[in-house]
Design a protein around this ligand. Structure first.
Ligand SMILES: [Zn+2]
Length: 553
């Protein structure tokens, strides 16, 4: 029986890895777009045509919709072709001096290392994790020296989760280089870095980008090494993350997001030119976006400064240059909505270039277009509110900071447990009534007027008492976010919060395993246990959940 199970599991892995398809759907029924988007990974959509990618499983889902389409099987192994000079890679770091080439994987690592060696006082490296094939997913942290780090909001820029959308990869490296070189002699850069903690991840799907090998990007592809679209792989809002089955790259990103408190972020793509803001997974009429004006203002600002260099830039989707995600097309399991809904971080999806594999001769022009907009983007968390929540003894309190008659669908923010600090970006020149909720403390409210390009200091000192939730106007949903499943001879525990403790208890009540994973995904081989019923106790995000599982042999 066990033998059979192994054979079956091996077959499943093979069949998932075997094939992917490029799909064209002409004259598609408009009302079926959400269903098509659920089934396959839409790449481009126009009035009369959808181009999408699908792995074997997604291909079967598409067939169920019974619509006409054509499909081209993509080769699972890249074909060796003559070197494409327009996609030339630098195999020596000196060739990257002008950012006019794509770096080979090793040159990329060398560049990231070079940044921290050249600027040790303001740059450091954090390893987000590893890809399926063992390549590094890195974040370069850049922060000025003039202000305590915990008093500065964290900003995250991440690119190329679709491995063939490579413009942002080089742009992020160039931005890092620009900021580091100019920190000491450009007052704008100096002021930005003294007021934020910036994290730059130039490449979040290295296996996709280096699909053709570490020195080649001409065979780059969208999916990761398991044929999965990472931008459909994040916890879904619609199911509150319960169907969450993360790839290695996604788990690493979620652990990274849990470790930090990102206030604003951007995720860079290509294939079109547009600034896309939440929600991707819901229509506006079904799911209020409280900060819509803030998102529109920020998007418009990005487009306006980019068009100073090229007035025709960012017109491929909407002439305004920006769009509410689901007005373009609906996406479930994307990282943007995950970051806003689950992590309370305002994330944008920025499509930088219509051409995915952008010729190296165009890289400089795309930097010129985006340079000013990127700098402005980094200032976004510096307008709104910031402060510290403490009790009357000065001890930090983790509290919910919610704006009355304004916040909806998790747009409120939380202060951090360790220091009580919070950041809340908001539109300028408006009055907001801000209320603070923490169990065991009386609810406090204050009215404040926001100002342009200014973070208004708003501290709260809470006194012990009964929390008055009746003033809370934000609809908050209770999430059940820990799942325990047995598959592939493994006990797999998934959580949206970091799992601090796991206990496996047998029928006699003996604790037979105790672990402190400190990750969002924990796996244990079920081969170690006799057939029978076990209780699995999981502690994550301060909550304990108990699951009963049956292990069969
Ligand atoms: Zn993309």
């Amino acid at each position: 029986m066990k033998f059979l199970l192994i054979v079956f599991a091996a077959f499943l892995t093979l069949s998932v890895k075997a094939q992917d398809y490029r799909i064209v759907i002409k004259n598609y029924p408009k009302n079926l777009v959400p269903k098509i988007s659920d089934a396959v990974s839409i790449d481009k959509i126009s009035q009369n045509e959808i181009i999408a990618f699908a792995n074997e499983k997604e291909f079967k889902e598409l067939k169920k919709l019974k619509i006409a389409f054509s499909a081209e099987k993509l080769k699972s192994k890249p074909i060796k072709k003559a070197a494409d000079m327009s996609l030339k890679t630098a195999t020596d770091i000196s060739e990257m001096a002008d950012f006019n080439l794509y770096p080979s994987y090793n040159v990329y690592l060398e560049m990231m290392d070079g940044f921290i060696k050249d600027y040790p006082e303001i740059a450091s490296l954090e390893e987000i994790g590893e890809s399926v094939e063992g390549r590094k997913i890195l974040a370069l942290k850049i922060t000025g020296t003039e202000k305590a780090e915990n008093l500065k909001p964290e900003v995250f820029l991440t690119s190329t989760m679709h491995g063939d959308e490579v413009c942002g990869f080089v742009l992020m490296l160039r931005l890092a280089d620009f900021l580091l070189k100019n920190y000491y002699n450009n007052s704008e850069v100096n002021s930005i870095l003294n007021n934020i903690n910036l994290y730059i991840n130039p490449l979040s799907n290295p296996d996709g980008t280096y699909h053709g090998g570490d020195d080649d990007i001409s065979s780059a592809r969208r999916y990761n090494a398991q044929n999965v679209d990472l931008n459909r792989n994040f916890p879904r809002l619609e199911t509150f993350g319960r169907d969450f089955n993360p790839e290695k790259e996604t788990s690493a990103m979620i652990d990274f997001a849990n470790k930090h408190n990102f206030v604003v972020s951007a995720n860079f793509h290509a294939g079109d030119e547009v600034v896309n803001y939440p929600w991707d997974s819901y229509y506006e009429s079904d799911f209020t976006l409280a900060d819509k004006q803030w998102f529109v203002d920020a998007s418009r600002q990005y487009v306006e400064t980019a068009r100073l260099t090229d007035e025709d830039y960012m017109k491929s989707v909407d002439k305004s240059g920006y769009i509410f995600g689901s007005d373009w097309y609906k996406v479930s399991g994307g990282r943007q909505d995950y970051m806003l809904f689950f992590k309370r971080c305002r994330e944008f999806t920025i499509e930088l270039s219509s051409t995915k594999l952008l010729p190296v001769s165009d890289l400089d022009f795309f930097w010129q277009k985006n340079e000013k907009s990127l700098l402005n983007f980094l200032k976004l968390p510096l307008q709104g509110l910031t402060g510290r929540i403490t009790d009357s003894y000065g001890t930090p309190v983790k509290a919910q900071i919610s704006i009355k008659n304004y916040d909806q669908n998790n747009s409120s923010v939380f202060s951090r447990e360790e220091d009580g600090i919070y950041f809340r970006p908001l539109t300028a020149d408006k009055d907001f009534e801000v209320c603070v909720y923490a169990d065991g403390f009386k609810t406090e409210c204050q009215t404040v007027t926001t100002k342009k390009d200014e973070n208004i200091a708003l501290d709260f000192v809470l006194t012990e008492g009964v929390t008055d939730y009746s003033t809370a106007t934000e609809t908050t949903k209770k999430l059940s976010d820990i799942s325990v499943i047995i598959s592939d001879n493994k006990i797999k525990i998934n959580s949206l919060d970091v799992i601090s403790k796991v206990e496996i208890v047998d029928v006699f009540g003996h604790i037979i395993l105790q672990d402190n994973p400190e990750k969002t995904l924990a796996e244990y081989s079920s081969d170690n246990y006799k057939a029978g019923i076990y209780v699995i106790r999981v502690k994550a995000g301060g909550r304990i959940k108990t699951h009963k599982v049956l292990i069969t042999k």
